[in-house]
Write a protein that binds this ligand. Structure first.
Ligand code: FAD
Length: 283
């Protein structure tokens, strides 16, 4: 899985599926259910830590579910595998406003929906009217209430796949929107310049505090385990210095949790999703 995750770590999956379309996805799910093969869904892999022993069962990669339709009145239908940046760029070109502050967040529409990706003051879920969700082999439309968006979370759990999001944008001015996109990218390049492969913010901000500040205050900037290091530029990022194993990143996550808790009394919880098996050696 190291080829499919932004951290560039993780062992192999037993089965790797890339459904060509919705029908293909439903057919694959019915075989997996019948054979009792466990599965998980993968978008861009930019918020995912896969352990070194890999994934027992199947990974369903949504990359080919990439239809993007612009309808009238600001309505947009984006399949799960559409790259978030592509959706925002295309919307800006058409003079549709609403998600430009999220420009630069890697990953897919499905991942942004599941994680309610966002920046301070703006979240993906704000623009979602409804989504097509597959659960237990059947597909149904969930409205935004049912999707229960919260800080970096939604009602989606393992066993559910978002197939398509229906979004509602506001009218805007194309040139001005494209200028905002250029500014956002420049801002991200300045503030998120880090030393290597990473998965963005590792920990959720606890209520009333900032994870990066707590990590800095615990003196952990630059701390490392094996090939994993707390970024010197952004303390809530852990970078793969080149040869890190998932095991190194996990050990560093645990060290940060322990030391931040002893210095501040606050237990940091990971924002990244941790999946897969340990190896026989580190199990
Ligand atoms: C450099 C960098 C900067 C980042 N900055 C931000 C930021 O500013 N704000 C922010 O919120 N995040 C940020 N992230 C984290 C990440 O990009 C987001 O969480 C993103 O929305 C994840 O999308 P993905 O497609 O990569 O999801 P993945 O990593 O593939 O999956 C994440 C979770 O979503 C689930 N999932 C994926 N697709 C689906 C689907 N179709 N249906 C159901 N579940 C699904 C997966 O099973 C997994 O549990 C950053 C990451 C990096 C590497």
């Amino acid at each position: 899985m190291s080829r499919h995750t932004s951290w560039r770590v993780g062992g192999n999956a037993d089965v790797y599926l890339v459904p060509a379309d919705r029908e293909d996805l439903l057919a694959a799910l019915s075989v997996l259910e019948k054979e009792a093969i466990p599965w998980m869904v993968l978008g861009g892999g930019s918020n995912l830590l896969v352990r070194d022993g890999g994934i027992r069962g199947a990974v369903i990669d949504t990359a080919a579910l990439n239809r993007l339709e612009f309808l009238s009145g600001g309505e947009v239908r984006a399949e799960a595998g559409v790259v978030l940046g592509q959706l925002i760029e295309e919307a800006a070109r058409r003079g549709l406003a609403g998600l430009e502050l999220l420009y630069g967040i890697p990953g897919t529409v499905g991942g942004a929906l599941a994680m309610n990706a966002g920046v301070p003051g703006r979240e993906f879920g704000e623009r979602v009217e409804s989504a097509l969700i597959v659960e237990g082999g059947t597909m149904s439309r969930w409205d935004r209430q049912r999707l229960r968006f919260g800080y970096r979370r939604s009602a989606l759990t393992s066993g559910m796949i978002a197939v398509e999001a229906r979004l509602l944008f506001s009218p805007g001015e194309s040139e001005a929107l494209q200028t905002v996109l250029r500014e956002r990218l420049a801002y991200r390049r300045r503030t998120q310049k880090v030393e290597g492969a990473n998965a963005g913010s590792v920990f959720r901000n606890p209520p009333g505090a900032k994870a990066w500040e707590l990590i800095e205050e615990a003196g952990l900037k630059g701390a490392s385990v094996g090939g994993a290091q707390v970024s010197r530029f952004h303390a809530n990022f852990i970078v793969n210095q080149g040869k890190a194993q998932a095991e190194d990143i996990l050990a560093l996550i645990q060290r940060i949790q322990k030391e931040v808790e002893s210095s501040s009394g606050i237990r940091l919880e990971p924002e990244v999703k941790i999946v897969g098996e340990n190896t026989a050696l580190n199990g």
